[in-house]
Design a protein around this ligand. Sequence first.
Ligand code: UD1
Ligand code: CA
Length: 486
Amino acid sequence: MARGPGSGDTLDHMATDLTVIVLAAGGGTRMRSKTAKVLHEVGGRSMVGHVLAAVQALDPARVVAVVGHQRDQVGPHIQSLWPEVVLAVQDDQQGTGHAVRIAVAAAGTSSGTVLVAAGDTPLLRGESLRDFAQEHEAAQCAVSVLSGVVDDPFGYGRIVRNEEGDVEGIVEENDATADQRGIREISSGILAFDAEFLVEALPRIGNDNAKGEYYLTDAVGLARDAGLTVGAFPIDDWRQTEGANDRVQLAELGRELNHRILEQWMRDGVTVMDPETTWVETDVRLAPDVILLPGTQLLGATAVGEDAVIGPDTTLKDCEVGVGARVVRTHGELAVIGDGASVGPFAYLRPGTELGGGGKIGTFVETKNARIGAGAKVPHLSYVGDADIGEGTNIGAGTIFANYDGTNKHHTTIGKGAKTGANNTFVAPVTIGDQAMTGGGAVVRRDVPPGSLAVSGGPQRNLDRRAPRETEATSKEEPPTDEGES
Ligand code: UD1
Ligand code: CA
């Protein structure tokens, strides 16, 4: 199948024709949200997005997602992540067996292996799904369950084994005897089937149970009764199969995912000074010897080059940070920071900011749609919007690029090697040439030719505070006009 939401790496191909069914029709009432449960995000990706990324690593022949509750949200989201996924609609949720029956009909699957997973397990990894499917196939099982041994099995389906240890069936919480409730080996809800068996077994699954639902897990007992081989393969890392049903669990899984992401980056050569206050989302890419200081959040598709130091207290979303750059107490989005450049403390980089190599965006500086050339500096207390600043130019402290006339946005261009004075206003559209200079406090409304010095505002007047009013102490000149402006 075509590329889905993952990193693009696929694992070794499965031996057989593989169909994956992702169950995502459930209600998610406990989220208490207008957003469908599987669309809630951890690590910058929806829960179902994580599941699809794991599935994608298996390179299956076909994927079916069962949607129902809030399917107007869930369906388009899944198709935006992975257009080839077939959507099967389950109007009323009569249980996992019912959901899979609808999915199998939609996929037209009749041979190979069918893997069933839930859409709300954000820690699930492709490797685990693949290992499970391979165990299932190697043991030539009609049906297998990915199981886990946990301290508190409450709420889960229990794996019932006989004295020989062979799996006899799965019994759900509400249908379990007191003895069975003591079983600590439980069903993850992830099952693998021989497709021919599944197609034959699905219509035979009934709903004569405590919940009145069609339990997919009943297929295990059916296979057993028919004398077919069934398997339960425990996963060591149980958290991979855990779902989030409410926002407390969502936060717990989000923190766990973050720890796993950080641990992987640390093993790959990134220094994370304080993992408790550092958040790195799933799609972020970091080079070796990057240093992340406390309070750093790297979000979206942010990429950071070797030896860069980020933080403390910095949030970067969809940003690119160059080799050896330094970003301190900064909030940035859709910005590019060049190699060896320096940003902050207290900088706000808005979309379209591009800072060249060795350049500087300093303290209390906001930038937007601004290309600041290599070695150029905007060190202090400035707003740079809709501008190009050439290589090596220095912008004086407290400069405002006045880009908005109340109706339209306009552009300012400043050439290379220019030096502008403190407290300037560039009233766009305006162009300042290479090597030009401007005086302190200048309000620049007209273009400045290359190499020129622009000054605005009139001469200084010093008024004698002791003299009678309206008497000028040192100057008989007219008051300043500032080119007719006040
Ligand atoms: C299910 C398993 C249980 C396992 C547990 C693990 C069954 C009968 N039980 O129980 O053995 O221990 O998962 O979490 O399968 N869904 C649909 N349509 C439906 C019903 C469910 O799409 O009609 C989806 C849900 O959205 C969810 C998944 O299937 O993603 C599991 O359903 P849920 O009702 O949560 O099953 P559990 O009772 O948790
Ligand atoms: Ca569940």
